[in-house]
Design a protein around this ligand. Structure first.
Ligand code: XBP
Ligand code: MG
Length: 258
C-alpha cells in the first residue's frame, strides 16, 4: 500500500463530532464558577473570544490574566484553576450523560462507513479524556469506545492545539504516515495543528469558527452532510457530491499533492 493511500480518519471532537462548546463546555464552566462562589459568567459572545485559547485550564488562566475578573480567594491561582477545571469536567460529563448534545450531521454515517471499510480511526483532541468518553457513550453507546484505535486527548502532550504535538502523538501511536490520513477539524487552532503535522484536513465550520482562516484545508464544508441533508461547500471541489462519504474522502485525499 502506498504511503498516500487513505488508511485512517483522525477526528477532532469539540465542534467537529458535536457542537459541544456553546451549550456544553461553556455551560459547564459557568456551573463550576457558581459552585465555587465566583461571580463570573461566560456569555455566548465572550466564550467565542475565549475559544482562541484551546484547553479548559489554559482558557481559565487566560481569562484571569486578560480580563481581571473579581477574585476574592486566598487559594493559589494554580490550585484554583485545577479545582475549577475538575468541577467543570464533572458538570460537562453530567450534561452529556443527560443526552444534551447530539452528533453533527453525517458523523455517525461516516464512522459506520469507515468501520465497514476497515479504515483505522482515531480521536485527536485537546479536551479531557473523560469528556470524549462521555460524548461517545451518550451518542453512540459504550461499544463505540472500541471503534477508535487511538484516543489522543488532553494533557497527554504538554502543548495543546494549535501545536501539532497531539497529531504527532497519534501518528506515532498508530505508526502512520501523515499523508495516509485525513483529519477532520472545525477551527483555525485545529487546522494549524493538523497541517503542522502534515495531515490533509477537511473542515466543517460551526457558528464560532465560520469566519476563521482555513488556508490549506483540502475542503471546507458547513457540515459533512447526509443523504437528504446536503452540505454546502465553502472551499473545494466535490463534483456532484452532496455529502461526504468514503468515496469523496478518498477522492479528496488522492487529489492532494503533498
Ligand atoms: C477544544 C477545546 C477544549 C474544550 C474544553 O479544542 O478547546 O478545551 O473547550 O476541554 P479542540 P477541557 O476542538 O481543538 O480539541 O476543559 O477538557 O480542556
Ligand atoms: Mg475543535
Amino acid at each position: 500500500m502506498s504511503s498516500s493511500t487513505l488508511q485512517a480518519l483522525l477526528f477532532d471532537v469539540d465542534g467537529t463530532l458535536a457542537d459541544t462548546e456553546r451549550d456544553g463546555h461553556r455551560v459547564a464552566f459557568n456551573r463550576a464558577f457558581v459552585e465555587a462562589g465566583l461571580n463570573w459568567d461566560w456569555s455566548v459572545d465572550l466564550y467565542g473570544s475565549l475559544l482562541s485559547v484551546a484547553g479548559g485550564k489554559e482558557r481559565i488562566r487566560h481569562y484571569i490574566e486578560s480580563y481581571n475578573p473579581p477574585l476574592e480567594t486566598s487559594q493559589p491561582i494554580d490550585d484554583l484553576i485545577i479545582d475549577l477545571h475538575k468541577a467543570k469536567t464533572r458538570h460537562y460529563t453530567e450534561l452529556l450523560a443527560q443526552g444534551g448534545i447530539p452528533l453533527r450531521p453525517g458523523v455517525k454515517r461516516l464512522l459506520d462507513e469507515a468501520r465497514a471499510a476497515h479504515l483505522r480511526l482515531a480521536i485527536v483532541t485537546t479536551t479531557t479524556p473523560a469528556n470524549v468518553t462521555a460524548l461517545l457513550i451518550s451518542t453512540l453507546g459504550s461499544e463505540s469506545l472500541n471503534w477508535f484505535e487511538c484516543m489522543a486527548a488532553g494533557d497527554v502532550v504538554p502543548a495543546k492545539k494549535p501545536a501539532p504535538d497531539i497529531y504527532h502523538y497519534a501518528l506515532n501511536e498508530m505508526k502512520l504516515d501523515p499523508q495516509s490520513c485525513l483529519a477532520f477539524e472545525d477551527s483555525r487552532n485545529g487546522i494549524l495543528s493538523s497541517l503542522g503535522a502534515n495531515i490533509p484536513t477537511v473542515i466543517t465550520i460551526n457558528d464560532y469558527t465560520q469566519s476563521q482562516d482555513f488556508t490549506g484545508a483540502a475542503l471546507v464544508l458547513d457540515h459533512l452532510g447526509d443523504p437528504g441533508d446536503p452540505f454546502q461547500v465553502l472551499i473545494g471541489d466535490v463534483g456532484a457530491a452532496t455529502y461526504l462519504d468514503l468515496n469523496l474522502a478518498q477522492r479528496i485525499h488522492e487529489g492532494l499533492r503533498w
